[in-house]
Ligand binder design. Structure first.
Ligand SMILES: Nc1ncnc2c1ncn2[C@@H]1O[C@H](COP(=O)(O)OP(=O)(O)OP(=O)(O)O)[C@@H](O)[C@H]1O
Ligand SMILES: [Mg+2]
Length: 354
């Protein structure tokens, strides 16, 4: 029957597409007006020009029109006042920190996993994006922070584009599906624009991505680090002392050598080592494995570090293609590929850092 309660009940089942919480819970329902069989719903948007206004509108119309007795549904929008927004932020646990960067961040994830290597181009970002996607597919709430501010590649690899909406000084991360939140410098500059910053700016950018982003209460936050043992690793060690280091390496000795250096740096900075993933382990044709970059380097490194060997990933054309087209194989590849990343994700879930 058409009552205000019935309409509110329906609205309680509709989520804000970015904040992923019911409109009613976010205090976004301003009024419900029923006149005969015509319903008007007033919605208060968090920010003016909210890009997802259309989606909210169609969700409301689609939902409410199924209540018995409804003939027309109209949606009217206005925008939250500063006061209302502040209240909402408090509700979401995002009260502003008064512009100060805290010594270490408020914990919003159960585990923080920083993916690192000594050498560039070993597949950190490819592995991270697929692993995060596999983890989200399992139902965990996952965040992926592209901490490679200069050389970001996560947006393209996950096929996530757009500009994050800001609610005052807080950014809403973009999403891949329901369970994976993503933040990258790539959302703010063009893919071919250079980011020319010095150390302190870099430090600040990473801090902002950790403190001024409305991350959900996450099970895992993955941080895709830039190559090498640079400033970013130090910033992260400082801000998230509980972060675990996941080292990606190829089997090649030189890569192992450098990766070992990163991991030892981690020890110095008090970051724990979660384990090692060997990427580009071999290339398989007609059931024959060709160990292009040598064999077992990742296992050796894991032994050397007394860390867990979390799995190996072969060279696969489709992995590269999926990364280039924004369709990670962990979600959209063959059954074997989906299972491969699900298994590595499970190894991460069940291993505690050393
Ligand atoms: N197992 C694999 N099989 C085939 N191609 C791969 C594999 N792993 C990574 N690649 C490809 O290798 C290239 C480098 O990978 P990626 O960008 O993930 O490395 P990275 O370690 O993050 O690099 P950087 O140090 O620049 O951040 C990409 O083109 C990627 O698609
Ligand atoms: Mg990378």
């Amino acid at each position: 029957m058409l009552t205000k309660e019935a309409v509110m009940h329906v609205l309680g089942g509709i989520e804000d597409p970015e904040l992923k919480k019911p409109l009613t819970e976010l205090d976004m329902v301003k009024f419900v007006d029923i006149s005969g069989s015509n319903v008007t719903v007033g919605i208060t948007l968090t920010v003016p020009g909210c890009p997802l206004k259309e989606k909210i509108s169609s969700d409301v119309v689609e939902g409410v029109k199924f209540i018995e007795g409804v003939e027309t549904v109209k949606v009217e929008f206005d925008v939250m006042t500063n006061e209302q927004r502040e209240k909402l932020k408090q509700k979401l646990g995002m009260a502003s920190a008064g512009g100060q960067v805290p010594a270490s961040i408020n914990k919003f994830a159960k585990r923080y996993i920083a993916v690192s290597s000594g050498k560039g181009g070993v597949g950190k970002s490819t592995v991270t994006s697929n692993l995060a996607a596999a983890m989200a597919k399992k139902g965990y709430k996952v965040g992926l922070l592209d901490a490679d501010v200069y050389g970001f590649s996560i947006p393209r690899m996950l096929g996530v584009t757009g500009q994050p909406t800001a609610i005052d000084d807080k950014l809403i991360p973009l999403r891949k599906g329901d369970n994976l939140q993503v933040m990258s410098m790539g959302f703010f500059v063009g893919e071919d624009d250079p980011v020319i910053w010095r150390g302190p700016m870099l430090h600040k950018a990473i801090n902002q991505f950790l403190t001024d982003v409305m991350w959900d209460d996450l099970d895992f936050l993955f941080l895709d680090l830039p190559p090498g043992t640079g400033d970013v690793t130090l910033t992260i060690a400082q801000q998230i002392p509980s972060a675990e280091l996941l080292v990606v390496t190829t089997p090649q000795q030189t890569a192992v050598h450098v990766a070992g250096r990163v991991a030892r740096l981690a020890e110095k900075t008090d970051l724990s080592v979660l384990g090692v993933i060997e990427n580009m382990a071999y290339y398989e044709t007609n059931g024959e494995r060709d160990y292009i970059f040598g064999q077992d380097g990742g296992k050796q490194l894991a032994q050397e570090l007394k860390a867990k060997f979390l799995g190996e990933i072969p060279l696969m054309k489709s992995l590269r293609e999926g990364a280039d087209s924004g369709n990670p194989v962990a979600l959209e590849g063959s059954e074997d590929q989906i299972a491969l990343f699900a298994a590595i994700a499970e190894a991460v879930v069940t291993s505690a850092p050393r």
